[in-house]
Design a protein around this ligand. Sequence first.
Ligand code: NAD
Length: 260
Amino acid sequence: MLTGKRAVITGSTSGIGLAIARELASNGANVVINGFGDAAAIEKERVNLELEFDIKAYYINADLMQAGATRDFISASAQALGGIDILVNNAGIQHTDLIEDFPTDRWDAIIALNLSAVFHGTAAALPYMKKQGWGRIINIASVHGLVGSVNKSAYIAAKHGVVGLTKVTALENAGNGVTCNAICPGWVRTPLVEKQIDALAQKSGISVEDAAIEMLTEKQPSLQFVTPKQLGGAAVFLASEAADQMTGTTLTLDGGWTAR
Ligand code: NAD
């Protein structure tokens, strides 16, 4: 149980982040959610979290591609929650292209959000955690933090960077009660992946469902998508006492992707 723990989850208005916020809240944590989207829909999610799980939920908007905004977001979250115990660095975007065709602005945006925001968020949250002698930093990396694929240079460079940053964060805090680990999901059917499925369907002239099966067949031997809720369960485990001595490592939920 995480009763009363104060958790900040970036990019949690959708997909994996929202499911992680829900699983942490269902275990008793108060949460800050963040991300873009329709204001009324976000407010509905926030209220649902409070009513369903009897916790406090706050929404704090910030463009985490900006270093200053990311650090300010952490301060504002700490102020709302009265401190920070758990930081889930989850916000991320994707763009696919060959290296020589990859637009510079897409490279910069992916590095800014998928890697630099993890650094700035961690740097801003660590003082709160170190002072109280307890903290959990959970970075949502990817199987693409462990292995490569074509057309995803920026994403894969950023996610490998996140796995490296996870190790340094763990080492700098070893023994002081603050752990840092990365979760590495395979394919999860969120809006981020739905776009890739649609693009494949269009390119190959096949149905969206056939494109989803083709993507799984290429990479994920279980032929099943990882669910956002399963990733929420992994985050709850990393935040639990059972994971006190787990730090600087990766937890991979990928239906066998990286086993071959
Ligand atoms: P998603 O598109 O469903 O959600 C992304 C979230 O990030 C949204 O809440 C969005 O509003 C927010 N966001 C986007 N730009 C932002 C910005 N500039 N500032 C703040 N928030 C911003 O994506 P998802 O699939 O849930 O991805 C979440 C994380 O999981 C990402 O880091 C992604 O790389 C990682 N991941 C996803 C998969 C997958 O198959 N879906 C696999 C491995 C890793």
